[in-house]
Design a protein around this ligand. Structure first.
Ligand SMILES: *Cc1c(COP(=O)(O)O)cnc(C)c1O
Length: 405
């Protein structure tokens, strides 16, 4: 494939797509398939498929180690893990959280009858702004649930102080944070507990999976009981519970994906470096940085498109790239507060969230994305943005599509 030089070469304007096969964000990091099948065969040979089997236990130990915590309870997904935590901590009323996150953060709590209260981000971290929390606290507030967005840590010290000052529980949605640190301390050990996701698209995948990690023994015990129908001894329930267990097949994948974790991070970091150098100096485009003094998993490659400078809105860049079979994602827009049911129930204005949500785009990365792929993606991004006003004009002149405005 030769480099695209003219706007007519772009697939959105009738040229051939740059990629024959779609290039996705969040391809599963499977690791060594033979090792995965060995583990599944072991489970089948021993006819131990779920109920806290040895693979799930091993997975919990390894996640606890990585997170630097004493306790880990594996779950069927992170959404249920957040709900288990809410129940185990007897949360009630309102829960303060960012709006700029995957909707699961809000939906998990709302499904339990709790009320998500969205607070704006600090543009310095793109995570929950500790200075705005106080104004959102009411007598009904029971917890704060910040999100380490894209694996970049929240302002953990300041959040801990606000939560402690007001007697609120502090639980982190660490779905993106596995293997990352804040001032050298691993994500996983902040607040009273943190929740990881091992969904297929996350940096470590267990098909579907999640975990609650904590140093609080009683909280861990309660989550463990509640994720297994409230059973503590044998089949006797001592309180209410649900079924949130991780299966052995999921744990087999989780362990195999964890085996590959270091290599995955190494490749992600190299990809991040390649994107940075390819896109360096491109006006109106910023590659989201990671603090090089910390450990990062570099799982998300996010760019910020400033339409005022480039002449191209993020949505049009997204459309241009998708036509090339480059399947980017608008992570995470719109913010939860702009989606139902929140938008109608509790209209709020969150200027920093709204501004960023309109600018961000996640580009394909991960071990299956090659340096050559990145070069080709960046060639198209550069062509589109350097001639942004022309691209926008030409897109506007197209015959209107059948989709509603
Ligand atoms: C993926 C994700 C979740 C939900 O995880 P599941 O395991 O799919 O339930 C929650 N919060 C954030 C920030 C996520 O990205």
């Amino acid at each position: 494939m030769t480099m695209k030089r003219n706007l007519g070469d772009l697939a959105v304007f009738g040229g051939p797509s740059a990629f024959l096969q779609p290039l996705h964000v969040g391809r599963p990091n499977v690791g060594d398939r033979a090792r995965f099948l060995d583990r599944v065969n072991w489970a089948l040979d021993h006819q131990w498929l779920t109920n806290g089997g040895p693979l799930a236990r091993e997975f919990e130990q390894r996640v606890a180690e990585l997170a630097g915590v004493r306790y880990c309870v594996s779950t069927c997904n992170a959404t249920v893990a957040l709900q288990l935590l809410a129940r185990a901590a007897d949360l009630s009323g309102e829960v303060i959280m960012p709006s700029l996150t995957f909707p699961a953060t809000a939906q998990a709590f709302r499904w339990l009858g709790l009320t998500p209260v969205f607070v704006d981000i600090d543009p310095a971290t793109n995570c929950l702004d500790p200075d705005l929390i106080e104004a959102a606290i009411t007598p009904r507030t029971s917890a704060v649930v910040p999100v380490h967005l894209w694996g970049r840590p929240c302002a953990v010290d300041r959040l801990a102080k606000v939560a402690a000052d007001h007697g609120l529980r502090l639980f982190y949605d660490a779905a993106h944070g596995l293997g990352c640190t804040s001032e050298g301390q691993p994500i996983g050990g902040f607040g009273q507990a943190e929740v990881f996701s091992f969904h297929a698209t996350k940096v470590v995948n267990a098909f579907e999976g999640g975990a609650v990690v904590t140093d609080d023994e009683r909280l861990a015990q309660r989550v463990r009981a509640m994720h297994n129908f409230g059973f503590t001894q044998g089949r006797v329930s001592t309180e209410t519970g649900t079924n949130g267990k991780m299966t052995e097949a999921a744990a087999a994948m989780g362990l195999t994906s964890l085996d590959a974790f270091e290599e995955t991070v190494r490749r992600n970091e190299a990809n991040h470096d390649d994107y940075r150098s390819e896109l360096a100096g491109l006006a109106g485009l910023k590659v989201m940085e990671f603090d090089r003094a910390e450990r990062n998993n570099y799982h998300y490659l996010v760019v910020e498109v400033d339409a005022a400078v480039t002449g191209v809105h993020r949505d049009l860049l997204d459309e241009v790239l998708r036509a090339e079979n480059i399947m980017c994602q608008r992570y995470f827009s719109p913010g939860c507060h702009e989606m139902e049911p929140y938008r109608s129930e509790r209209p709020v204005s969150l200027p920093h969230t709204e501004r960023l949500a309109r600018k961000v785009l996640a580009l394909p990365t991960g071990p299956t994305v090659s340096r050559e792929d990145i070069r080709r993606v960046c060639d198209i991004v550069r062509l589109t943005l350097e001639r942004g006003h022309e691209v926008t004009r030409r897109a506007d002149e197209r015959v209107p599509s059948t989709t509603a405005p």
